[in-house]
Design a protein around this ligand. Structure first.
Ligand code: PXG
Length: 286
């Protein structure tokens, strides 16, 4: 656990890094966040994460009291203060302290904090063997109710699906959208390979526009692997040759079975292996 946390412009020891019980981020999940990675001392794709944070904030009418460059400097200072080279950065903006009652109008000032730590989303072994996942019965939030493009502090939809994964004894669950198409997992985007083509659900399916997803699409393009963003059915997952997940926490991880049905031969596939290696190389060496 890192020792220093950045809160509202101050670096404070972890034990003193506290927010109010009246903060609407806690009371109502009123806030937004980002999860970033640091590789070889450098923050990975910081501009894209900051753009997404500011878009999320704008979508919920939350004015971040710092500029993107100030937040970037704050993250860099926090990493340096904690002497970190390879880490996970959690940047959170809450609505701030207000009265009881959901109205954000009486909240004086948003609170911003930065935690730096290490993360391992899945056991190391699963990165070699691939993992089993299930399809959740919990449907991903309909984009016309609350856009999943907003990376908000409301993760209950995903948490309910995660419970289903836990109950099934697997690390992750894939969620379908309100129309029944494959959307994403609880904290990662999903890809399949079918006859040499890389397929992933499109933005309109109501997913979080993952930064790792974008990087993997770029890397596949550079490697000459044809890519297509298209609606997928659950049956498309079952008949895929390969499947993998992407996320800042997860990086690239193979899926070898879904709902106990093996994907392809039930082993980590060659394109998954290639893209995983390309991602690791790119994240550390550009
Ligand atoms: N979908 C959802 C719902 C996510 O929460 C992604 C996709 C992948 O997006 P990025 O931009 O990271 O490629 C996410 C990101 C955690 C954790 O602590 C979760 C994420 C990232 C890092 C850590 O569980 N989710």
């Amino acid at each position: 656990m890192s020792k220093l946390v950045w809160i509202d412009g101050q670096r404070v020891p972890l034990a003193q890094a506290k927010i109010s019980v009246f903060d609407h981020g806690l009371l109502y999940g009123d806030g937004v966040f980002e999860g970033l990675r640091q590789y070889n001392g450098g923050i990975f794709r910081p501009q894209e994460h900051l753009d997404r944070l500011f878009d999320s904030a704008r979508a919920i009418r939350l004015e971040i009291p710092y500029s993107a460059s100030e937040l970037l400097r704050a993250m860099e200072e926090t990493l340096a203060a904690n002497a970190l080279q390879e880490s996970y950065i959690r940047l959170v903006v809450t609505r701030g302290v207000g009265l009881l009652g959901i109205s954000p109008a009486n909240c004086q000032r948003p609170s911003v904090f930065i935690i730096t730590d290490t993360i391992q989303m899945y056991p190391a072994e699963l990165y070699r063997t691939g993992m089993a996942i299930i399809t959740a019965s919990t449907v991903r939030t309909a984009p016309n109710a609350l856009s999943p493009k907003i990376k908000s502090l409301n993760y209950l939809n995903n948490i309910l699906a995660k419970w289903e994964a836990i109950d099934a004894g697997v690390p992750e669950a894939v969620m379908l959208n309100h129309l029944g198409y494959v959307c994403e997992c609880t904290g990662d985007n999903i890809f399949i390979v079918r006859r040499g083509e890389l397929l992933t659900p499109p933005p309109e399916s109501g997913l979080l526009m993952g930064i790792t997803r974008g990087v993997v699409l770029e890397l596949a393009g550079k490697a000459g692997i044809p890519t297509r963003q298209t609606n997928l059915l659950r049956s498309d997952l079952y008949t895929a040759d390969e499947c993998f997940l992407t996320g800042s926490g997860a990086e690239v991880i193979a899926v070898t079975s879904i709902d106990k049905r093996p994907i392809g031969p039930g082993k980590v596939g060659p394109i998954t292996q290639q893209l995983s290696a390309a991602f690791h190389h790119y994240a550390r060496h550009g």
